[in-house]
Design a protein around this ligand. Structure first.
Ligand code: SAM
Length: 371
């Protein structure tokens, strides 16, 4: 059947702002524009009229026009509460579905070259503003607490930060303890993250599961913001074993984790900074008797004058019980202690969760000569 061009939006007598204002809201306008782009694309397959290409370009550029920002922002904020949790679930479902479609269109337009295999690649550029800065305070507090509690001396230590991300925390850590840049190496499996980290610290792309066994000279292995929970569940033990292997006798692991109830207790759908909204749709799933959090992540940003919609894909985190983690750390380390990551109160062996839904693990290899 031949398409007619009658229902294509050729005329553009009004401004973009008017066109959104005249629609039944931003979401409605977004959906309509994406549908129109689809129709124009279909029409282009049947006709090589030059004005169709022009029309497609115009509509696509409308999607990412900065004039849309205020409409997007004000409508979104009406649908979430003050703490960032969604009030209108139906709206949220539709909005996120349309934003993912828009993100794919923008991705095509920008012809991004970074591999989508790397779940943190584009996320890296925006990570600090929405996530990094938010985590910064509790992570700095965690490290200071462990330093003071166990009387650690960082001054001559060789420090490895596993899953260093953008290196923001590590840069601060070096300054706070007056340490030389050469004391610390960051490793991360994401090229995007390491690219950002290298502006701050020594870092390289490396998977914690593939660290060479002869690299067994680290005094401190840091692992902040639940890095080990991004590994496939079957690899968690191997990672802990590897870390224990590369940690010197007497050295220690300092890392944090989230509890299995974190996604329902402490995971707002919207995180925002001045120029970025991070939209998160978490799902708790069971696979082979293990629990995972699968989260669709969308960044909507207006950095450098561009309205960017980036679908960061689905991030999966394994949510092991505290018991399992205690068991695994005890298997490979001599001294293992758990604390709530915010109150810094010790967690007992029988605890199922922690007050803040984050917890800190201190694990030490047996000091020389001790059994
Ligand atoms: C939530 S981010 C935490 C980043 C940083 N530690 C912080 O405190 O902000 C998790 C990081 O773990 C990294 N990661 C995931 N799997 C990894 C692996 N197998 N080896 C090394 N890094 C990994 C990710 O690329 C990501 O940068």
């Amino acid at each position: 059947m031949k398409n007619t061009n009658d229902d294509l939006p050729f005329d553009n007598p009004i401004s973009l702002k008017e066109s959104i204002s005249n629609s039944a809201g931003y979401l409605f306008w977004l959906k309509n524009t994406i549908e129109n782009i689809k129709k124009v694309r279909e029409a282009r397959q049947q006709s090589d009229e030059g004005n169709l290409e022009e029309l497609e370009d115009r509509l696509t550029h409308h999607l990412f026009d900065l004039n849309c920002w205020d409409f997007f922002e004000s409508e979104l904020l009406e649908k979430v509460d003050d703490t960032g949790y969604v009030i209108d679930k139906h709206y949220w479902q539709q909005l996120t579905a349309e934003l993912i479609r828009a993100a794919h269109l923008q991705h095509e337009v920008l012809a991004k070259t970074i591999s989508r295999e790397d779940a943190f690649s584009t996320y890296a550029e925006l990570y600090d503003s929405v996530n990094g800065e938010r985590n910064f305070e509790y992570i700095s507090q965690e490290i200071q607490f462990i330093h003071d509690t166990y009387h650690l001396d960082f001054s001559a230590a060789k420090i490895l930060s596993i899953g260093c991300g953008t290196g923001m925390m590590e840069e601060h850590f070096l300054k706070a303890f007056n340490l030389n840049k050469e004391c610390l190496l960051g490793i991360d499996v994401s090229e995007g993250m390491v690219k950002v980290a290298l502006k701050r610290i020594n870092a390289r792309v490396e998977d914690v599961l593939k660290v060479a066994p002869e690299e067994n000279h680290w005094d401190i292995c840091l692992c902040t913001a639940n890095v080990l929970q991004y590994l496939p569940q079957s690899q968690l033990e191997k990672a802990i074993q590897n870390i224990a292997h590369i940690t010197q006798t007497g050295g220690c692991f300092i890392g944090d984790f989230i509890t299995p109830d974190h996604p329902i207790r402490a995971y707002p759908n919207v995180l925002r900074s001045k120029q970025i909204f991070l939209l998160r749709t978490p799902l708790i799933v069971e696979k082979a008797h293990n629990i995972f959090q699968q989260t669709k992540l969308i960044n909507v940003s207006k950095l450098d004058g561009d309205f960017r919609i980036t679908y960061e894909g689905e991030h999966t985190r394994y949510l092991p019980s505290l018991w399992k983690l205690r068991y695994l750390f005890r298997k490979y380390f001599a001294r293992v202690e758990f604390f709530d990551a915010i109150t810094l109160k010790p967690l007992e062996a029988e605890d199922d969760t922690s007050p803040s839904s984050r917890y800190l693990v201190f694990a030490q290899k047996r000091p020389c000569g001790k059994k």
